[in-house]
Ligand binder design. Structure first.
Ligand SMILES: [Zn+2]
Length: 538
């Protein structure tokens, strides 16, 4: 016996068997019961949501000799008909028949009455693919609808259908199916087929099919055809050409450990394999979601999967939520760009920053840091002159702050990573990677750091950083670094001043503050604690 695909085998054969689309089914059934059948319908909605299946059921139901509440009786001659043999139910795929000729032929044919059924039904799939002249030909037919002829125009891209055609049709919106609807259907099919699959695998198939039942069932078909004793999620990923689960875990591990080199390597491999970064970001988001669920409730996933998740259980929930927020932004941005790789890289590195400070705390250097903090405090207080200079620079940056310039600046920030292993620039690149460029204008940049220690390093190396930035951006920026906390206050003040109409005017920046002076006592301490490489001595 020839193999029948699961999709064909389990395609609904009556309205009662249809999963989802309750509104559409109800209205269509009512129109049959009340004998108020239109002559043209548009079925619009995502792929695999049942448009053609329902069109076929409807075309039989209108012809059923003793229909029950608008559904097929299942017993009469019409209900027993084979679609392929029925000359009064005609299916046209506009994607392959987009010529005017086919529609002209329809125009000629529809002049004829149905050969033996009550209604002759034309189902035109992917109708948006018709050429303009074909649409015009179709429109002529719709303008003078022949009696007892029904047109069902199915489309995934409703907006491509001319308004003149739309206005002559009754429109039905098909919705994506819910995960539950798909999972239930897959389980039903598995039961009928006497096959078993892990819940994890079924759930994954449902997620990947994105609300399309056809895709879900076809995927199930493929998975079962592997004829393996145990089918894992990776088998599914493999089949759909998606990245393995291990790779997604790897990506997250590198983000957490802050191993940027390894992270970029990982992204590059995915890029070279031609993987889709939208999918990868979705998968990463799903993994974070699963970790959050796992942290809050046990036994939600399979035992094996929970074992994999358990190594993340000590991550703070706040941090996971922040991570999730970043991935959410990533997914949004990555869809808008043609260069997905770069966006993936920038965001991944940004995400490592979330974990960097945590790591430091874990190193239990708190005591030493406290000592440094105090010394830094003292240092900052004593350098009144440089404080004034900082204020001027902050003022100047704010006076011409520009979102687009900032965006441009950030887009290029990724290049810093190329210098992470460069002997000459590695310490500067590493330092800048810990900074967030908060304000960018044509001439000025305000960077923020989480720790004051980094600001001391920044100030100390200001001139070199300027040169380094010039190398990357080709511009001489006047730069200033402050702590996150300071920035929050300044920003608040800036917002309230702007609201009051107070303007920030550019102030001439007179010559550099003290730069090439010898190491202060503080810097020596820092050097002792963290090694020389961080502090560049001229
Ligand atoms: Zn019937």
């Amino acid at each position: 016996m020839a193999y029948i695909s699961l999709y064909r085998k389990y395609r609904p054969k009556s309205f009662a068997e249809v999963v989802g689309q309750e509104v559409v089914v109800k209205i269509l059934k009512n129109s049959i019961t009340n004998n108020k059948i239109g002559h043209a319908y548009i079925f619009s909605g995502p792929r695999g949501t049942g448009k053609t299946s329902i069109a076929k059921i409807f075309s039989k139901a209108v012809n059923c000799l003793s229909n029950k509440d608008g559904d097929l009786c299942g017993k009469c001659d019409v209900c027993k008909l084979n679609f392929d043999d029925e000359i009064d139910i005609i299916e046209i795929d506009a994607a392959s028949n987009n010529g005017v000729d086919e529609i002209r032929e329809i125009r000629n044919n529809v002049k004829l009455m149905p050969s033996h059924l009550k209604y002759k039904v034309y189902i035109i799939d992917e109708v948006h693919m018709l050429s303009t002249s074909a649409f015009n030909a179709l429109l002529k037919t719709l303008e003078e609808p022949p009696k007892n002829i029904i047109f069902i125009l199915a489309t995934t891209e409703f907006n491509k259908i001319p308004a003149t055609v739309v206005s002559r049709c009754q429109k039905f919106d098909f919705k994506k199916l819910t995960n539950k609807q798909i999972i239930d259907r897959l389980k039903y099919i598995l039961k009928k087929e006497e096959k078993k699959l892990d819940d994890e695998v079924i759930e994954l198939i449902s997620n990947l099919s994105d609300g399309g039942m056809r895709d879900a069932i076809n995927m199930l078909d493929q998975v079962l055809s592997l004829e393996k004793d145990i089918i894992t999620v990776d088998d599914v990923y493999y089949l759909v050409g998606d990245t393995s689960e291990e790779t997604i875990f790897n990506l997250l591990d590198n983000i957490i450990s802050g191993d940027i080199k390894e992270l970029l390597k990982c992204i590059n491999i995915l890029y070279e394999e031609g993987k889709n970064f939208v999918n990868i970001s979705d998968r990463l988001q799903m993994l974070i979601r699963n970790i959050i669920i796992f942290c809050n409730t046990k036994k939600y996933f399979t035992k094996e999967y929970e074992e994999k998740l358990s190594k993340y259980s000590n991550i703070e929930i706040d941090l996971l939520l922040k991570l999730s927020e970043e991935i959410f932004k990533l997914i949004n941005d990555i869809k808008k760009t043609t260069n997905q790789k770069i966006i993936m890289e920038i965001y991944s590195i940004k995400m490592t920053l979330l974990f960097r400070n945590i790591e430091k705390e874990e190193k239990k250097e708190i005591k030493q840091e406290e000592i440094i903090e105090k010394k830094i405090e003292k240092e900052i207080e004593t350098s009144e002159e440089s404080n004034q200079m900082k204020d001027i620079k902050i003022n100047n940056a704010l006076s011409a702050a520009n979102k687009e310039l900032k965006e441009e600046f950030l887009n290029k920030y990724i290049i810093l990573n190329e210098y992470v292993s460069n002997k000459e620039y590695n310490s500067l690149a590493n330092l800048l990677l810990k900074a967030i460029p908060e304000v960018v204008s044509n001439k000025n940049i305000i960077f923020t750091f989480k720790n004051k220690l980094e600001i001391v390093l920044f100030d100390k190396n200001e001139e070199d950083i300027q040169k380094f930035l010039k190398k990357i951006y080709g511009k001489n920026y006047s730069i200033v670094a402050i702590t996150n906390e300071e920035w929050l206050k300044i920003r608040e003040e800036y917002i309230s001043n702007t609201k009051k109409g107070i303007k920030y005017e550019y102030i001439e920046e007179k010559l550099k503050s003290k730069n090439a002076k010898k190491n202060t006592e503080l810097e020596n301490t820092v050097e002792d604690l963290f090694g020389e490489e961080l502090i560049k001595v001229d």
